[in-house]
Ligand binder design. Structure first.
Ligand SMILES: NC(=O)c1ccc[n+]([C@@H]2O[C@H](COP(=O)([O-])OP(=O)(O)OC[C@H]3O[C@@H](n4cnc5c(N)ncnc54)[C@H](O)[C@@H]3O)[C@@H](O)[C@H]2O)c1
Length: 287
């Protein structure tokens, strides 16, 4: 994997959710690897700042305000990218939001927003870019940010967790479609573990005691145990370039989650949290 980043040098990267956290880190790392970087995010001030930071270090970055929940916005992003820079070597469908609340209490509009960003944002990102990446006939990479949560279950984060399970399954099928058609587009599923970002602070959902308690526990956990977005990106990008399908930030934790999930399914055991997580969230039922 040592020199895998050399494969990215001189290419164009498109990163959604590039204004903060993991996406911001990926944008910096891609620019440092010699890529022109298109920064797509709903937050204009954030991508303008990231673009200025990249420009200051001699890189090239194009901020494009994009709401990934809108398929037409993703088509416009693709048009802008191909018109400005030509073919795309790396697409990272990374934008995602956290939503907290009990499933039956989350309003329909919030459910739809979550699924539209976390699931449809990825699906329509691929629809917008893949045909032109395929037509270019060159090796290229599509990476979708799921989560280590795609290998687990978590109450109160139900809408988020199911969206990440969907992205993992989607990415596996997309990988096989590329194989089936013998196309040189490599697909990766990114499964970050804890990364200290704004994701829980910005979370959508209900604002009842259960959600608020869960949010606080998770914010504290990320602050105490999370790596930075830049650290995560330094681990993620070489794995994508090395054509890994499973891309982790915390390899041991990923293996443990996968083994636990496999055991749970093989034994058809009842849904349950690991004791250490139950210890953290145990109070939640009393609220
Ligand atoms: N932080 C973690 O511990 C962690 C763990 C596993 C997976 N992830 C995943 O990593 C990805 C990035 O998360 P992060 O932790 O860096 O979060 P973050 O909140 O720091 O960054 C997310 C970015 O996405 C942008 N965004 C939100 N809605 C958007 C929309 N509709 N269109 C375009 N951009 C939008 C936000 O403005 C923000 O800049 C997400 O898919 C998240 O689910 C994060």
């Amino acid at each position: 994997m040592g020199d895998s980043l050399a494969r990215l040098n001189g290419g164009v990267a498109v990163i959604t959710g590039a204004g903060s956290g993991i996406g911001e880190g990926l944008a910096h790392r891609a620019a440092a690897a010699g890529m022109k970087v298109v920064l797509a995010d709903i937050a204009r001030d954030r991508i303008d700042k990231v673009a200025a930071d990249i420009a200051r270090t001699g890189g090239i970055a194009l901020p494009v305000v994009t709401d990934v929940s809108d398929p037409a916005a993703l088509e416009a992003l693709a048009d802008k990218t191909f018109d400005t820079f030509g073919s795309v070597r790396l697409l990272i469908n990374n934008a995602g939001i956290e939503t907290l609340g009990l499933s039956w209490e989350i309003p329909a509009a919030t459910w739809e927003k979550t699924l539209n960003i976390n699931i449809h944002g990825v699906i329509h990102g691929v629809r917008a870019f893949a045909p032109r990446m395929i037509a270019a006939g060159e090796p290229a990479y599509i990476a979708n940010t799921a989560s280590i949560g795609a290998l687990g279950i978590m109450p109160v984060q139900t809408s988020y967790i199911l969206s990440k399970h969907a992205i993992l399954a989607y990415s596996e099928c997309l990988y096989m479609e590329m194989q089936l058609k013998q196309l040189p587009i490599h697909v990766s599923a990114i499964l970050p573990g804890p990364v200290a970002t704004r994701i829980f602070t910005d979370s959508a959902g209900t604002r009842d005691a259960t959600s608020n308690f869960h949010q606080k526990v998770m914010e504290d956990m990320l602050a105490a145990n999370g790596m930075t977005g830049m650290e995560a990106a330094s681990i993620i990008l070489p794995q994508i370039a090395a054509e890994k399908f499973w891309v982790s930030t915390h390899a041991d934790m990923t293996r443990e989650y996968a083994a636990n999930r496999a055991r749970h399914l093989a034994e058809l055991s009842l849904p349950a949290l690991p004791p250490e997580v139950l210890g953290l969230l145990g109070d939640v039922n009393a609220r």
